[in-house]
Design a protein around this ligand. Sequence first.
Ligand code: CMX
Length: 134
Amino acid sequence: MKISHIEHLGIAVKSLEEAIPFYENMLGLKCYAVEEVADQKVKTAFFMAGQTKIELLEGTSPESPVAKFIEKKGEGVHHVAFAVADGVQNALDELNGKGVQLIDKAPRNGAEGLHIAFVHPKSTLGVLTELCEK
Ligand code: CMX
């Protein structure tokens, strides 16, 4: 697999309504999109910090992975998303073949029209890892 760059950093927040003004008024970043991803039970807000994308995530139900994460660990960095140049399925197959624990066996639809898949943090030194492609 070939990782081309960090596609975004995911940050879990309790409330986008409170977090967006912090990022805009204190950090001077502009929220350019808000999108709900029903499949993942999250509402997302996007910012660019130079060339790096930040994705704020609010859970839309108590069973949301983001709500469960905040319940357990509090707000904070939730995942790192890598763009893969040669396909998410290819990367998943390669990692699976090397014994890495996958959350998704096949890509699914994420925010901004990306195809995404998650790799389990227990297999990635404690960092929930997302693979994406356009
Ligand atoms: N980063 C690091 N560790 C995490 C984690 C995260 N984001 N989320 C959970 N964990 C850890 C927990 O701390 C726990 O560790 P311990 O066993 O040491 O206590 C372990 O993983 C299991 O966690 P859990 O609370 O019991 O939760 P589940 O096993 O039910 O689910 C996970 C964990 C990672 C499989 C689930 O959160 C998942 O499927 N995540 C991928 C999907 C996702 O996060 N979607 C939201 C973002 C969507 C988007 O960006 O569009």
